[in-house]
Each structure stands twice: as C-alpha cells, then as structure tokens.
Design a protein. Structure first.
Length: 159
C-alpha cells in the first residue's frame, strides 16, 4: 500500500473536512460539525495559524489526517494537543493511522515539547489498546470538561 504522510495545504481542507465529518459520525455525533473548509483554511493557514495538520495521501486522495495544536502545561511547559487522528473507515488497520501517529510524535520531538495530550472515548477500545501499546498513559482518573457557546453565554449572563 503506497501512501505519503505530509503537512497539509489549504487545498486539502475540503477532504480534511470530509474526514472530520466521518469521525463525527463514528463518534455518534454526525450533526456536530459546524466548521467549513474555508474556515479551516482561514484558521490553519492565515497570519496566525491555529493548528498544524498532517495528511495521509494515497493516489491523490486524502485518506487520513492528524490535527494538532500547541498547549502550555503549567507543570511541564510547551505541549502539543492531538485533536483528531482520523483514517477513512475502509483503510483502518492498514498502518496509515500508526504512520500519522508516528509523524505527530516526530513533530513533537522536533519542536522539543514536553508532552503530547489527546482524548479518547472510553468505548473506543481498539484505540485505547493501540495507545497503551505505544507507551502512552491513558489516564482513566481524569474527566474532560467542556463549555460550549451557549454555556459561555449563560455563565456570563449569570455572573
């Protein structure tokens, strides 16, 4: 199987968006994606890029992607957050996901970050096992907290 792992370009964003939508469906939230390809271009390739994206390309088709951005740990320093790692359903288990994961880890080493963080759904046992086999610490005693736009508005209105 021939594929290339490379940094994404603005022209890749429509296919990257398709992968994001496929992941949303896999994660049982098919209607949750509200961003557009134009928004990804604006936020990822403008004056102040908000993310870096690596893609897996096969015969001129984007078949996988890993999107990362910087975070800062008050305990450790500069960190990277792996927001999403997606491989088209028909190609899962082909090694493309591992190649993207490896590229993210290489990038983190190149940038001398202190750690990489990401979230994994508790029912995604295959991913959890993969991450544990790779040496990652899947922290089962932490919860992820999020506040959406409505929650932000409500909080501010009440405080």
């Amino acid at each position: 199987m021939n594929y290339l792992i490379r940094k994404s370009t603005p022209n890749d964003m429509p296919q990257v968006l398709d992968l994001i939508k496929e992941l949303a469906t896999f994660e049982k939230e098919p209607d949750a994606v509200i961003i557009t390809a134009d928004y990804l271009v604006k936020e990822g390739f403008g004056k102040d890029p908000q993310f870096t994206c690596f893609v897996a390309e096969m015969e001129d088709e984007i078949v996988g992607m890993a999107l990362i951005y910087y975070r800062f740990s008050t305990w450790k320093g500069k960190a990277i957050h792996l927001e999403d790692l997606i491989v088209k359903d028909k190609l899962r288990g082909s090694g493309i996901g591992k190649a993207l994961y490896t590229r993210v880890i290489q990038y983190a080493a190149e940038k001398k970050v202190k750690r990489i963080e990401w979230a994994v759904l508790n029912w995604n046992i295959g991913a959890i096992k993969f991450y544990e086999r790779s040496g990652a610490n899947v922290m089962k005693d932490w919860y992820i907290a999020q506040m959406d736009e409505k929650g932000i508005r409500n909080y501010l209105a009440e405080n």
